[in-house]
Design a protein around this ligand. Structure first.
Ligand code: KIV
Length: 267
């Protein structure tokens, strides 16, 4: 059997110039399918608040919900590294409080790492977790949990604020993060950051120079019609396919074509 992707393996991939592929997953079935397709990282993103639970932002998501979904993803992942997003508010307390939450996540779900949003302001927390051997993926740039402070899901790091995003990325590396998501920043800035980091950068809306890419699974499959950022590429019109398939079922039930004789049981 192919061995599990590990944190050190991701570092090796960056050093050897092998691109890392990450997709968000929220349940057992999609985890299995994405893993069969070859992804290295399954991220249980708090985007589940929007694409699964129908909220307008990721802010309402709770730790219990994250653990519930991560547990299902872990059951479907034999090979991928599974990362659980820490939801809004959970990482704002002192290190030991965040540690308790992260320990719950790892113990109850069986996942391999946590992700948290924020750069310089999260350095102490990242260091605390990393010192206690909890692998941390950081997330800087357009951090969705800051949507209200940013005044919307807006590109970050343009003009003078580029230095701030660069400093955030360097700070999380120094604090011990094993990888960093760069979201919604100019491609040239992501290139500069990726060249300066020794840990892998995983981009989303950050151009082609990152060490890997992540997309929300429901976006790349064309299942989610809520927020549709320009950086999303749809590899399937899955939503349309589902409407058509279920529509055929509706028609056949109404016409009596389903169930046919082959779907029934003999006496
Ligand atoms: O919550 C999420 O899905 C994420 C990815 C978009 C990086 O944070």
């Amino acid at each position: 059997m192919t061995p599990r992707v590990t944190v050190p393996e991701l570092g090796r991939m960056k050093r050897e110039g092998r691109r890392i592929v990450c997709v968000t997953a929220y349940d057992y079935t999609f985890a299995r399918l994405f893993e069969q397709a070859g992804v290295e990282i399954l991220l249980v993103g708090d985007s589940l608040g929007m694409v699964i639970l129908g909220h307008e932002t990721t802010l309402p998501v709770t730790l219990d919900q994250m653990i519930h979904h991560t547990t299902a993803v872990v059951r479907g992942a034999a090979r991928a590294l599974v990362v659980c997003d820490m939801p809004f508010g959970v990482c704002h307390g002192p290190g030991h409080v965040v540690m308790d939450a992260a320990v719950r996540v790892l113990k109850e779900s069986g996942c391999h790492a946590v992700k948290l949003e924020g750069g310089v302001r999260m350095v102490e927390t990242i260091r605390f977790l990393a010192d206690h051997h909890i692998p941390v993926m950081a997330h800087v740039g357009l951090t969705p949990q800051s949507v209200h402070a940013f005044g919307g899901f807006k590109v970050q790091g343009r003009g003078e604020s580029a230095d701030r995003v660069l400093e955030d990325a360097l700070a999380v590396e120094r604090a011990g993060a094993f990888a960093v998501i760069l979201e919604g920043i100019p491609s040239a800035l992501a290139q500069t950051i990726s060249a300066q980091l020794t840990i892998p950068s995983i981009g989303i809306g950050a151009g082609p120079a990152c060490d890997g890419q992540v997309l929300v699974g429901y976006d790349l499959l064309g299942l989610f019609d809520g927020v549709r950022p320009r950086f999303v590429k749809r590899y399937l019109e899955g939503g349309q396919g589902i409407v058509e398939a279920v529509g055929r079922f509706v028609d056949e039930v109404r016409s009596g074509a389903f169930p046919g004789p082959e779907h029934g049981f003999a006496a």
